[in-house]
Design a protein around this ligand. Structure first.
Ligand SMILES: Nc1nc2c(ncn2[C@@H]2O[C@H](COP(=O)(O)OP(=O)(O)OP(=O)(O)O)[C@@H](O)[C@H]2O)c(=O)[nH]1
Ligand SMILES: [Mg+2]
Length: 489
């Protein structure tokens, strides 16, 4: 943390501007050596500059200054320099941002000069790591930085922003503060072993612990919805050949992405696209039609890939041709492969007379499931499918039965009472560990266990919560979290 780090903070490629960021004690001194304020041509060696005479170190914090980055007499790039002095910066250290032209060469040349000037190339996420280590943000907020950058839909971004602005931390801090008070209460009895716990105090502590455990369970139960908003949902389109799977993919992505022909066995490889279903980022996967008679090696491999895609998907759309009044063996074979998954049945070709009944499908699946009738050709009924995907994913009107799913208020996902969703498996695991420790503490209190053991369980519950916000954190967890970041953030 004593050195100065630097990196290109904008993505590789060509753009209007590209930014090099420096952070650390030496950042402003390095800028002093390289930056010449004032107008001039950008014509390489011997360029004439009308210097304004202002050194980088004399530029006011949070202001921008026009000038050039020089390597001796050579102009490396025409830039805008921004200085943000500690502690009012992203990392709470002195930060310098150099806005260069957004191309590979200007950025590389300026970065090289900065590194020669004494900075070290930053590791992935190191700016955010410093922000965390210097106490500007906690660990959940640091993780949210990555989520904001990677968000694919407005809803995903909203959840990430909420975490970034401390929504989750505040909720956990409140629980943690309560737990500290209970802990202090219990530990007081360790210090005065002759005192017996009053029955009323006893009940009070137990009630309090039950309440906290309830709050945490509620938070933990939001994970499934939160995960889909953060990571997206994978949806495989499965079915026998020629039922209209590729047509359905094309209808959902609103362009001719996959080849459609009247011949069965058209699709061989799986094809993936992203769509936005009411804020849920959905990776939709078109697969080869499943049939046993596929003797062409490419089609056989396609069928294997279809089966793997079904197994890996969060949700499977099993497509049927609604113009046929009975299911074929090949349909049954697809149903067998998908029946362990969460399924929406799609009766396709509704622009033609539909003769396939929903009851036949329910019987084949041996139970109730959402069934949507649509036409991939005309788009009729497509909105119903999007709604069914949303309802099923967000468990609308649903409890533990994974196949249920009633109508659901779309806004309900984010306007939920608690307003905070758990989106990260690390947080969910720590919350579940906290719940287990609280359950142990409650059992200890109820049994005849020495009060010291209860106190230990409460301490371990506190530690688990601390792991989430980063109050208690092992180095390997930090390394894992920040290695996931891009360089320059
Ligand atoms: N009338 C009508 N025809 C459709 C509809 N959807 C697909 N088709 C036709 O059905 C045939 C097969 O469509 P595809 O989308 O290629 O079917 P697939 O399930 O991807 O077929 P494979 O890739 O061979 O497994 C084509 O002739 C499509 O035009 C629909 O909604 N209505
Ligand atoms: Mg196809």
């Amino acid at each position: 943390m004593d050195d100065t780090i630097a990196a290109i903070s904008t993505p590789p490629g060509e753009g209007g501007i590209g930014i090099i960021r420096l952070s650390g004690k030496g950042a402003i001194a390095i800028a002093d050596d390289l930056f010449v304020c004032g107008k001039g041509d950008t014509g390489g060696k011997g360029a004439k500059l009308e210097k304004c005479g202002k050194a980088a170190s004399s530029i006011a914090s949070h202001s921008v200054t026009y000038g050039h980055i020089m390597d001796g007499q050579e102009v490396l790039d025409e830039v805008i320099l921004t200085i943000m002095r500690a502690p009012h910066s992203y990392t709470r250290e002195d930060v310098v941002e150099i806005n260069c032209h957004g191309g590979l060469m200007p950025l590389r040349r300026v970065l090289d000069a900065v590194l020669r000037g004494g900075a070290r190339l930053a590791s992935p996420g190191e700016f955010t790591l410093r922000a965390y280590l210097n106490g500007r943000i906690d660990l959940t907020q640091a993780e949210a930085v990555c989520d904001v950058i990677r968000a694919r839909t407005q809803q995903s971004a909203a959840v990430a922003f909420q975490q970034l602005s401390g929504g989750l931390s505040q909720r956990l801090d409140a629980i943690s503060d309560s737990l500290v008070r209970v802990c202090a209460h219990v530990e007081a009895y360790i210090d005065f072993p002759d005192e017996d716990i009053e029955p009323s105090t006893y009940e009070e502590i137990l009630n309090h612990l039950h309440g906290l455990r309830g709050d945490l369970s509620e938070l933990s139960s939001t994970y499934e919805r939160g995960r889909f908003l953060r990571e997206g949902l994978s949806v495989a389109i499965a079915g026998r050949p020629n039922v209209g799977k590729s047509s359905l993919l094309n209808a959902l992505v609103q362009r001719d992405r996959a080849i459609v022909t009247a011949f069965p066995g058209t699709t061989r490889d799986t094809i993936e696209e992203y769509i936005n279903v009411e804020g849920i980022p959905v990776r939709i996967i078109d697969t080869a039609g499943i049939r046993a008679a596929a003797d062409d090696p490419a089609e056989c491999e396609g069928v294997n890939r279809s089966i793997m895609a079904i197994e890996a998907a969060d949700l499977v759309l099993v497509v049927f041709d609604g113009t046929q009044d009975a299911l074929m063996d090949e349909d049954i074979s697809v149903i067998d492969k998908a029946s362990a998954k969460t399924v929406i049945a799609v009766i396709n070709k509704a622009d033609l007379p539909i003769v396939l009944s929903s009851q036949i499908i329910r019987d084949a699946f041996k139970g109730d499931l959402p069934i949507v009738t649509l036409s991939a050709k005309t788009g009729q009924g497509l909105e119903g499918l999007r709604q069914a995907i949303f309802d099923l994913t967000m468990r609308c009107g649903c409890t533990s039965d994974k196949r249920c799913g009633g109508p659901c208020d779309k806004k309900g996902v984010l306007d939920s009472r608690e307003g905070v969703l758990i989106t990260n498996i690390r947080h969910k695991t720590a919350i579940d560990n906290t719940i287990s420790a609280l359950t142990q503490a409650i059992n200890c209190l109820r049994g005849n266990t020495p009060i010291e053991i209860t106190a230990l369980e409460l301490r371990s519950a506190l530690n688990y919560i601390g792991e989430i916000t980063g109050v208690v954190t092992a180095t390997d967890i930090l390394n894992k979290i920040f290695s996931d970041f891009c360089i320059g953030k």
